[in-house]
Design a protein around this ligand. Sequence first.
Ligand code: SF4
Length: 360
Amino acid sequence: MWIERRKTKTIYVGDVPIGEKHPIVVQSMTNTFTENIGDTVSQIKELEKVGCEIIRVAVPTKKATENIKDIKSKITIPLIADIHFDYKLAILSMEMGADGIRINPGNIGSREKVKEIIKAAREHNIPIRIGVNTGSLPKEILSKYTHPTAEAVAETALNYMKFFEDEDFTNMKFSLKGSDIKTTIISNEIFAKKNRYPIHIGITEAGTVLSGAVKSATGIGILLYKGIGDTLRVSLSSHPKIEIKVAFKMLSSMELRKVGVDIISCPTCGRCVVNLPKLALEVEDALEHIKAPVTVAVMGCAVNGPGEAAFADTGIAATNETFLLFSRGKIIGKYAEKEAMSKLIKEVERIAVEKSNNIY
Ligand code: SF4
């Protein structure tokens, strides 16, 4: 592997291992009201379909927290309860079967209340994600650094680490987030050098799909290149399904995970006589169910298309009225648009089965 991952211990969220010896885990967060079981379960099921490996839900109320049990019985991936302010909801979440909890010890109220959470997590053998961000640093840290610097974020996380260790609790991972990419990267770098706990990475409140994906790819990409990150969430103001797609694209473009179909489509030029962006999207949607790593090209012309996409497993290239279907660099047929699309889907499914069976 061209990237050397930081050495970290393994923790388990449900049956999903998180740590340097395991694939980087992709997670997301529901944006439904957890009080509404039906909406929340149906969104989690959509996310499971596109490969989400851990789901986090907000539990701002007693009702939402009590619903964890019901929600868990209807989904297959581990569930993390996201708690702010109320330590009793953290404890109740664990009693309701949450596989992990996420807290910011700084907003729980007192050290005694955090100790109660630790005690319950130990009893239930549940990992805690300790989240630190620039918006909620302790007063003493803020007066030391005068404003929320990367050093301030890292020192806060290290202080929490020591507090939890002093309570004899080590089943934890950390997330350090700044309001900008620079603070996030530097704080994670400082923190990462001083311990072996897994780190959850992400760029908080990254924005809408385009700007959020770009900011996330930049920030998360740099951290991953530095070997930091055992699990990640891409945060977007959009359907969380998109977060999962962007996360896997990011990991697969960095050769850290190979999951699902990678569409290669050309930018088009004066040779292209079809609506290529539309076709590429249709192919992407139709192949959402494929989990094996298959590279699929959708090219705008037959002159350069197959050559430009020679590395793809299969693909189509438009000619004036027909499409060439190619596989493993060879042309295997010539069809009108509708038939070309259905033949391409079948060819991808065939290759996916081969890859899943490790035939080559
Ligand atoms: S594949 Fe053809 S249409 Fe697409 S950019 Fe290349 S030359 Fe242009």
